[in-house]
Structure formats: structure tokens, C-alpha cells
Design a protein. Structure first.
Length: 119
């Protein structure tokens, strides 16, 4: 291998799978024809965003309409998905086009990296 340490994921027996942490993703992203043109990477990003919603909801991060919002910068998305700025931006546009998120800049004089997504 190219200098990377190989992780050992053994077969799972019985209820050993409960020891792992998982991201939840709505099945509709994979089963509804409406989402057929949404890339797999965009679907994964949406799952990562949903993971953040739980904490935002717990912290009562709601907009004026009562919708939960999250803070997820382009830099964080790039790091989490190991992709470049252009790819992260493209994925956000995909999700926004399908009405899954609404992006808003926060603060004045902030860069495009300072966005919040609303669910």
C-alpha cells in the first residue's frame, strides 16, 4: 500500500454491529425516481448533514420559520469528503436544486465558506 495503514474490519457476528457508529440516510434518496440524477456523493453529503441536524435540534438552532439549521463550511465538507472546493460546491448545488437544503450566507463580509444549511 502507498504508506497508508490498513484498517482491520473483521466479519461481524451476532449483534457486534452495534459497536459501530453509522450515518443515517433516507431510503427515498435511492428509491425515488425524483432523486435518480442526484450523485452518490451528494447523497452521502446529505447523510453527513443529517448527522449534524440532531445536535442542531438539541441546541434549538432554528430559523424564524422553526426549521433546524446547521453550520457546515465548504472547508469542512472538503475535509469530510476529501474533495476540492469545486466538487464540494457542486454537491451543495445538487442538494439545493432538489430542494433538500437551503443555503444562506451568515454575517457580513464573510466568505462563501460561512454558510448554514436549513432542513
Amino acid at each position: 500500500m502507498s504508506g497508508e495503514e490498513q484498517l482491520d474490519f473483521p466479519f461481524i457476528y451476532g449483534d457486534e454491529g452495534d459497536q459501530y457508529t453509522f450515518y443515517r440516510m433516507p431510503k427515498a434518496l435511492f428509491t425515488e425516481q425524483y432523486f435518480d440524477d442526484l450523485s452518490i456523493a451528494a447523497k452521502v453529503l446529505y447523510g453527513l448533514m443529517l448527522d449534524r441536524v440532531q445536535l442542531s435540534s438539541k441546541n434549538q438552532w432554528l430559523d424564524e420559520e422553526g426549521r433546524v439549521f446547521i453550520y457546515y463550511t465548504l472547508e469542512s465538507i472538503q475535509k469530510d469528503l476529501r474533495c476540492a472546493n469545486q466538487k464540494a460546491t457542486k454537491l451543495l448545488v445538487e442538494l439545493e436544486t432538489k430542494g433538500l437544503i437551503e443555503r444562506k450566507k451568515i454575517g457580513t463580509g464573510k466568505t462563501g465558506d460561512d454558510l448554514c444549511e436549513e432542513f
